[in-house]
Design a protein around this ligand. Structure first.
Ligand SMILES: Cc1ncc(COP(=O)(O)O)c(C=O)c1O
Length: 378
């Protein structure tokens, strides 16, 4: 029986050779590979600076630290995203305030406006699944209220709006290179920015707040990217345009051939956005198909097709992030008013989105098999 994985890294002898070269060089940290990777990634995104770190979560946290988020300040994040978008805010002593998503599953600018208070310091739009958040409206609102913008680009490596890559719109962008992402360094992340102050601050904080070997000016972290990871990243970055081209081609082929399946709702996006399809997300109309999303996923798995289920619940329903937990630990004197009725889209989409296999290693016959199995369901 066929077995189709939902994600697979594209790695070959080139990465193996690059790792070997670093291993034999004896230099594993803060060396030439990290610097080369940073320069090449900054050029790819179209920004002046890139600061490589050891995860996307570290990139988010360091971004928040680098914009000087103070304890008790609020940061608005979408309710439908990966946990780290919100937990990074808490690690910096801030309070995540959840806002709803729009029909493209990204931060809804109209709802964002309602969440702004006197304590709001920053906004983190997430380019979810590889689609782009509505940066035009988000940046306009940020400007009106003098707020910082950190783009969470973990899922948007190569996503473009009006021919400009995401990661260059906000004060900074935070990327992840986890193994399932459009490109990988094993584990890793990077901050992109045109702001020299932010880049400098992030560089110092990434390595124990050290301004030189004997001076610690800030309480920093060990968030350094290793030379081995950077060496993998340099090769992956060379391959990225082709990997993304294939990923987009696969996703568009699936979408084109599944568009008439009446129980699947497929994202429509305007021509000025290049969707990098980290995932190929489809919304399952459970009433029309007559089964739950969980049952559908089980059925597909029985047929050898793995899918992802992102995200099962909006973040505020996670125990670690519930209103009660956040208030108890971080702001005992404050009531946070995010509740189900305020976040109807996040509530509706969560649990009913599945991501179909679309990675670059898939062959036409794999895609045709997925289409055939899905079309046979009703
Ligand atoms: C939207 C989003 N933000 C942040 C992260 C965190 O990245 P990492 O796993 O590299 O720490 C992820 C990872 O999946 C993500 O999808």
């Amino acid at each position: 029986m066929k077995k189709i994985k939902v994600a697979e890294p594209c790695v070959d002898e080139k990465e193996v050779d690059a790792v070997k070269e670093v291993l034999l060089s004896g230099r594993y940290a803060s060396g030439p590979k990290v610097q080369e990777f940073e320069e090449k990634f900054a050029e790819y995104i179209g920004v002046k600076y890139a600061v490589a770190v050891n995860s996307g979560t570290a990139a988010l946290h360091l971004s928040l630290a680098s914009i000087n988020l103070e304890p008790g300040e609020e940061v608005i994040v979408p309710a439908m995203t990966f946990f780290a978008t919100a937990s990074a805010v808490i690690h910096q002593g801030g309070i995540p305030v959840f806002c709803d998503v729009d029909n493209n599953y990204c931060m809804d600018p109209r709802d964002l406006k309602k969440r702004i208070t006197a304590k709001t310091k920053a906004i983190i739009p997430v380019h979810l699944y590889g689609y782009a958040a509505n940066m035009r409206d988000i940046l306009r609102i940020a400007k009106e209220h003098d707020l910082k913008v950190i783009e969470d680009c973990a899922q948007g490596i190569g996503t473009e709006i009006d021919s400009r890559k995401v990661g260059q719109f906000g004060d900074c962008g935070a990327f992840s290179f986890f193994a399932t992402k459009n490109m990988t360094t094993g584990e890793g992340g990077i901050i992109t920015t045109d702001n020299e102050e932010i880049a400098k601050h992030a560089r110092v904080l990434r390595s124990h707040g050290m301004t030189n070997r004997n001076n610690h000016e800030f309480i920093g972290y060990n968030y350094r990217m290793g030379e081995i990871n950077a060496a993998i990243g340099i090769i992956q970055l060379e391959k990225l345009p082709e990997m993304n081209r294939k990923r987009i081609e696969n996703s568009e082929y699936l979408i084109e051939n599944l568009k008439d399946v009446d129980w699947l709702v497929i994202q429509k996006h305007p021509d000025n956005v290049v969707h990098s399809y980290f995932w190929c997300p489809v919304f399952v109309n459970e009433e029309k198909i007559g089964m739950t999303t969980k049952e559908l996923r089980e059925h597909l798995l029985e047929k050898g097709i793995e899918t992802r289920h992102r995200y099962n619940e909006p973040l505020y329903k996670q125990k670690a992030l519930s209103k009660k937990t956040i208030c108890k630990h971080f702001c005992p004197n404050k009531t946070i008013d995010y509740d189900a009725e305020f976040l109807p889209n996040a509530d509706n989409y969560s649990g009913k989105m599945i991501s179909l296999p679309n990675h670059p290693k898939l062959k036409k016959e794999d895609l045709n098999y997925i289409i055939q199995v899905i079309k046979q369901i009703v």
